[in-house]
Ligand binder design. Structure first.
Ligand code: LRH
Ligand code: MN
Length: 426
């Protein structure tokens, strides 16, 4: 299914005047405070978030999976679905593949299809947390950290294969997340596990093309429940430093113990020039992988405040890899992803409204109330007219969810693909 340009324009007709009224009103009040609205619109329009290839079908938990109908059964159909989301939002211009779930059959064809949909290939993800059919060594007791040389070498070889696949597609980064850990005290020697992991990552790092980055993703627990080798940002930072200047830490919002101050972690990693990428999602308890901004929108805003400050003050930190990492158990995966993209744009827009100089001055003056007032003034501003204007300016629609439903996209996909197709992924 492809959405034609004319359809997008027709969809905007009914809402354009109401949008202009709200946009003009907001622009006037913001310009009065000296806000450069044009600059914010351009930044929102440039902000592209990679869609995870593993989150375009119905996700599942160990308690069950409820299929959605019309799910993409091939990488080609996944690219088409991301193309649908991108044509409506104009902010999903990239895909992050997970190997071996999404190995291309025809590289040339998949690159042409992606280009047709204005989709770039962002970070590729290795997978040494599942055993593949006819795999020689099992990852049951770990991969890059395993006590067995044979298992470590197999896992290293897999990561090098993932780099090759990504390289053929034009990707420039590898994300390594390890399930490696233990569920019982005494099961692992922590020092040996970490040392094996460091040496394995160095082996992979040295095999990366010179213009590639490595993202090391941390997680405190799951699938194991006593210890995880790469459990927190400090361990990931240490391993990245151990690899070299093109290795960075990847922050998945769901990979923090309750009440962790994630914005402080983001700030420190940017100061150290070691924040490589993000996996956006939201959670109430664990790694729930639910819609961005659906539980803790203020926390997301505070994270974007540190990101905006870092992007303005930390030239030592590279351009960040923005990705969503979610799993959809209840909602239409494409609607869920559209909602996440909107929440990300709104948090970024609100953070761009923060008067960073006034905030610095209030911090210097220890005027705590003023500091909070400056943040909350921005947070309490309804920035949706700015986000909509950025979409309109780039050929998207004013209200993506309404457009998705008006076009009956899911019904169309079910007609084309049937009710029982199952997408690879989580
Ligand atoms: C681990 C994780 C990681 C992916 C997987 C799909 O929880 O966040 O980023 O490999 O989800
Ligand atoms: Mn993740």
């Amino acid at each position: 299914m492809k959405i034609q340009k004319q359809q997008l324009e027709d969809l905007n007709k009914s809402g354009i005047s109401d949008h202009k009224t709200k946009f003009d009103f907001l622009t006037q009040s913001l310009s009065k405070d000296g806000t450069d609205v044009e600059n914010i619109i351009n930044k929102l329009a440039e902000f592209q978030v990679a869609i995870p290839s593993w989150a375009l079908g119905a996700g599942g938990t160990r308690f069950g999976r409820f299929s959605y109908g019309g799910e993409p059964a091939s990488l080609e159909q996944k690219i088409e679905d991301i193309g649908l989301i991108h044509s409506l939002t104009q902010t999903a211009g990239a895909v992050s593949l997970h190997i071996p779930w999404d190995v291309p059959n025809d590289y040339q064809a998949i690159k042409e299809l992606a280009a047709l949909n204005k989709i770039k290939f962002d970070a590729v993800n290795s997978n040494t947390f599942q055993d593949q059919k006819d795999q020689k060594e099992t990852y049951k007791y770990g991969s890059l950290s395993n006590t067995s040389v044979a298992v470590r070498e197999q896992a290293i070889a897999h990561n090098k294969e993932v780099i090759e696949i990504g390289n053929k597609l034009g990707s420039k980064s590898l994300t390594v997340w390890l399930a490696d850990g233990a569920s019982f005290p005494g099961q692992n020697n922590f020092q040996t596990a970490l040392t094996h992991t460091q040496n394995s990552l160095i082996d992979i790092y040295e095999d990366m093309p010179a213009d590639w980055k490595m993202f090391i993703e941390y997680k405190p627990y799951e699938p194991y429940f006593y210890s995880t080798v790469i459990q927190d940002w400090g361990t990931s930072l240490m391993l990245a430093n151990g690899c070299g200047e093109r290795a960075y830490t990847l922050v998945d919002l769901g990979h923090h113990l309750p009440n962790t101050n994630i914005e402080q972690i983001v700030s420190i990693l940017m100061l150290k020039g070691k924040l490589g990428g993000f996996h956006f999602n939201d959670s109430k308890y664990g790694d729930d992988d639910i819609t961005v901004g659906s539980i803790k929108p203020y926390a997301l805003f505070l994270i974007f405040n540190e990101l905006v400050y870092g992007m303005q003050n930390n030239p030592q930190n590279p351009e960040l890899g923005w990705m969503i990492d979610a799993s959809h158990n209840l909602k239409d995966p494409l609607e869920d992803l559209i909602q996440s993209l909107e929440a990300i744009q709104e948090a970024y827009a609100k953070a761009l409204l923060i008067d960073q100089n006034a905030l610095r001055a209030a911090q210097e003056a220890h005027d705590v109330t003023r500091c909070q007032e400056i943040l909350q003034e921005a947070y309490r501003t309804d920035v949706r007219p700015l986000v909509r204007e950025a979409r309109l300016k780039t050929g998207g629609v004013i209200n993506p969810i309404a457009a998705y439903r008006k076009l009956e996209v899911r019904e169309q996909l079910i007609k084309e693909r049937g009710k029982n197709t199952i997408a690879t992924g989580l």
